[in-house]
Design a protein around this ligand. Structure first.
Ligand code: TXA
Ligand code: MG
Length: 323
């Protein structure tokens, strides 16, 4: 485990240049990074995660200045979004430059690109100089890591170095957008809200129909803890928790709004703060397993702002459609 010191950055860059994997903090979740121009290094990412080869990776860059080296064509709307949201939690799917490796794109003719804002990621990318292919630093299908400890818990033995940059500020993954003619399509809601994107474009972006495998990583079951999740409306959560507890179940409650749930073994709420709810979401999904809960009853937050991303992840974690 390395801290964010200059010495650590030097060691991490050396490891990446040698084709090793390095777990890196970003403002969304920790990434498992490999040199995007080294096919052997990138293939190690798939092995470490247990991820199918046709699930493409996001390439992380220090700035948008080198975009033309990765994308054959940058639509005008993409330039505007990059200007507004980079560095930050936005990933753009663009036509790939012919030099981008097949192992990175899963053989697709597009590449996903992002400029992360986390200061440690920024320093590492600037020192490295090239692109870093990095999925979230967890085993395929499991909950994404928002601390260096989470990375070690999930990937111990398969990652050479972990750079500790503290707890991720956003806590859910980046928003992924694609460009189809004049349309901007949100493939995965995330840290940049749909409202903020609409504000820059001057009109709403469209959303990909849920569970279409346009972004192949977007499987219906993903981000899942071992504990069963039950999704409820905000009002129904305490009642449902009480009913389950009366059946002898060990129940946890997770909600945006302040909640009292007598009989629950754990009650986690974010006091109405949506950013705090998103930031601690994956921590609490992990805690449900640590606390050996039978069920975690979750109040779905409103479908606005960061709530859209949180709802998306909760639905996938629950492995079944929400009410
Ligand atoms: O916040 C994030 O995006 C984090 C941090 C580390 O940057 N990364 C992340 O990566 O969430 P990953 O691999 O867990 O999810 C990337 C998603 C997958 O659903 C993948 O299918 C999609 O991006 N993706 C990658 N390349 C794509 C492409 N060319 N077209 C469509 N979807 C793509
Ligand atoms: Mg992931």
């Amino acid at each position: 485990m390395l801290d964010g010191s200059d010495r650590s950055i030097t060691l991490a860059v050396r490891a990446l240049r040698a084709g090793s994997l390095v777990a890196v903090p970003t403002e969304t979740v920790y990434g498992l990074a490999a040199d995007a121009s080294n096919p052997v290094a990138v293939s190690r990412v798939f092995a470490a995660k247990g991820r199918p080869a046709d699930h493409p990776l996001i390439v992380h860059l220090a700035t948008g200045a080198s975009l033309a080296r990765w994308a054959r064509h940058v639509p005008e709307q993409a330039s505007r979004l990059a200007e507004a949201f980079w560095p930050g939690p936005l990933t753009m799917v663009l036509e790939r430059h012919p030099s981008v490796l097949d192992v990175v794109t899963g053989g697709q003719d597009t590449v996903a690109l992002r400029v992360p804002a986390h200061p440690v990621a920024q320093r590492l990318l600037r020192a490295f100089g090239g692109g870093l292919a990095a999925p979230s630093a967890n085993r395929f299908g499991q909950v994404s890591p928002t601390t260096a400890c989470h990375v070690c818990d999930g990937l111990a033995g398969s990652v050479e170095l972990v750079v500790d940059g503290g707890t991720c500020e956003v806590g859910v993954e980046s928003t992924i957008v694609a460009f189809e003619g004049d349309e901007v399509v949100i493939l995965r809601p995330g840290g940049v809200t749909g409202e903020a994107i609409a504000g820059v474009l001057g009109r709403p972006a469209s959303s990909a129909a849920r569970d279409t495998v346009r972004a192949p990583g977007m499987l219906a079951s993903h981000y899942a803890p071992a504990t069963a999740l039950e999704l409820c409306s905000d009002g129904g959560v305490a009642r449902r928790a009480a009913a389950l507890a009366s059946l002898g179940k060990r129940v946890g409650v997770l909600s945006l709004e302040r909640t009292e749930a007598p009989g629950a073994a754990a009650v986690w709420d974010a006091g109405g703060d949506m950013a705090a709810f998103a930031r601690s979401l994956y921590h609490h999904l992990r805690q449900a397993d640590v606390e050996a809960l039978d069920v975690l009853v979750v109040a779905l937050p409103p479908d606005e702002g960061l709530g859209a991303a949180v709802r998306d992840r909760l639905r996938r974690a629950a492995r079944r459609p929400a009410p």
